[in-house]
Design a protein around this ligand. Sequence first.
Ligand code: B12
Length: 310
Amino acid sequence: MGGEPDREPGLGVGAVARRLGLAAATLRTWDRRYGMGPSGRSPGGHRRYTPEDVARLEAMQRLILEGAPPGEAALAARNEPPGAPRRPRGHGAGGNRVPVGEPPAGADAAEVRGLARAAMSLDVPAMVEAIRSAIARGGVVRAWDGLMVPVLAGIGRKHAVGGECVEVEHLLSTVVLGCLAEVPTPEQPLNVRPVVLACAPEEQHSLPLYALAAALAQAGVAASLLGARVPPDALAAAIRRTGPGAVFVWSQTAATGDPGWLAGLPGTRPMVRLLAGGPGWRQDRLPDSVRFVTSLSQAVTEILNGPAAP
Ligand code: B12
């Protein structure tokens, strides 16, 4: 387990951190500040968390999620007999768990739960660690579909049910955006003409564009990301000035999905390839010239291999 021999009894800090969806640094702080460290020892003399230590940490985490300050949570968790029944929570049908549901095939359920817990604990280092390592292991497309989307969708459901978790949604969005933006742009891009990515007018859900920019970067394509709420005139100006090979427009919500304005975008010579994606679009009203895509991987493939490929 992460370099900690499983022959040794008890768990090391890394294993417990993964289990709770916290950063190892958070556990070390809880040890130092609140005396919530490991009470066991391995034969080799290393400090190890016993099952009782882990139960106390889980209780402390639960109490923090319920709103207790960490010091009080530690005190109460130490006094709570192991295996004590959990107190009912005051609000929301699902308490403080994220209803992430069944992760998609190929996704690592433990990893999804870990990120969800880290998000609910507002534990930025643990969120960053989970997302960075998923991107490093499987690439952007897998990390997006298998880890980030299930947790984002779970938070979205929770918000829809009880209006809760706005702070979690905002912080997770910031972290996801930061991790995707870290993916380096190719030094010698395959594309000569730019690829422009934009949200529909008034559309604030820009994360899918960051996922697309990062996935394209890993495929060797550099993209210009215009971000959220791009007015039609601004997109038209960008097209006229840069003569892109492809333009991708995202609409997440029905309020931004009327595509009437797309037909007014300037054509360039050679032709600009116009792609649209997202659940917001009124697909029946999309102009014939617009190609509609239904997944991140399809968007990447279309941009890489379409008739007007960069
Ligand atoms: C993060 C988030 C926000 C953040 C966005 C931050 C950012 N920079 O993007 C903030 C806080 C700003 C926000 C604001 C709002 N939000 Co919001 N938000 C979300 C959340 C949690 C994730 C959004 C996301 O990135 N989704 C990406 C994936 C998870 O979405 P998906 O569509 O399921 O993706 C799949 C397909 O679309 C497909 N796909 C097809 N083609 C392509 C192409 C590409 C390139 C990609 C990547 C994928 C793809 O593959 C995807 C899987 O990869 C969703 C929950 C959800 N289920 O999406 C709510 C959600 C989208 N928001 C919602 C709402 C209502 C709002 C607000 C109106 C709230 C408010 N009252 O202010 C505002 C909207 C403001 C506006 N005008 O846009 C609703 C929308 C309901 C609806 N059907 O219209 C949702 C569904 C939450 C809910 N259940 O109620 N939100």
